[in-house]
Design a binder for this molecule. Sequence first.
Ligand code: UFG
Length: 338
Amino acid sequence: MKILVTGGLGFIGSHTVVELQNVGYEVIVIDDLSNSSEKVLDGIEAITGVRPIFEKLDLREKSKVQDFFKRYKDIDGVIHFAASKAVGESVENPLLYYENNVGALVYVLKEMIAMDKANFIFSSSRTVYGRLDNRPMSEDLPLMPAESPYGNTKKIGEEILKDVCKVNTNLSVISLRYFNPVGAHPSAEIGELPLGVPQNLVPYITQTAMGLRDELSVFGGDWPTKDGTCVRDYINVVDLAKAHVTALRRLLDSKNESNFEFYNLGTGDGNTVLEVIESFERVSGTKLNYRIVDKRPGDDAMAYADTRKANEILGWKAESTLDDSMRSAWNWEQKIRS
Ligand code: UFG
């Protein structure tokens, strides 16, 4: 079976390529290398023994997308990661986000609806639920107005898919709503490669411990949580990657109950920022330099998943602990700086 992975050299994409190849799928990767490197192919090959087919392609170029699908007529499924993902950047440059995350999606879907049977996995985000403190986010909640252009592209992406699925019954879609992806492959051959100063907590922690950053700013110490710092649901990237394979299998086997399904991918548990730091200190044996500072605009106190739908229907459950994730993230950080 041939699977196209767009954005397959990115953080979640590369881990998913590994899991697909581990169970025998033939993978074709498309990536524009705007936030990734061709060296990731070496890491994928080192883990799996197989170098996926790679095409450098910008999905905003409609004619190139058309040409790609003309050349690869026998694709059995598409996992679509290619997108921009920085919330702050999306506020500064919304059109980049609408073009990359919505425009490119439309071009890919146009090609897919022309297939006899098309299977599509979409990278969505818990951001579609908006703010919801003090209770787990479950899939029966309505989509809320987005808090950033980035968030809006995920919400619009899901709405586009739902509309297209209504009239194109040859298309089956599963949208996966990620909570906070963290960690790296246990081999330390692939992991997260943030450009510039990391915006996310875990790469900021590992870079601080490595001496690349002076100290971690913990955004807010008086949130209504058990220790005053924000709670998030940190999901291990390998667990997340495996969920994509499970979701794809469901579509390939025509086990889906509707042609547009959506699932949360998280652990179902929340951890505070201080707990994440403690976990890092425990597994690395180093003391982290951090300081509690003012809240970051746009943050909310708590976000964690109700994972029952993914557990019961997809038959998927996160297996790694927070310590596992912090250990692999730290091993990866040490490897890339050595
Ligand atoms: N945090 C710090 N210091 C930092 C970075 C983060 O204290 O230097 C805290 C944040 O305040 C938050 C937690 O660590 O409480 C996690 O922050 P991240 O930036 O790693 O993740 P977010 O939950 O803010 O963002 C995630 C995704 C985004 C997505 C957003 C909403 O990374 O892509 O959820 O869905 F848009």
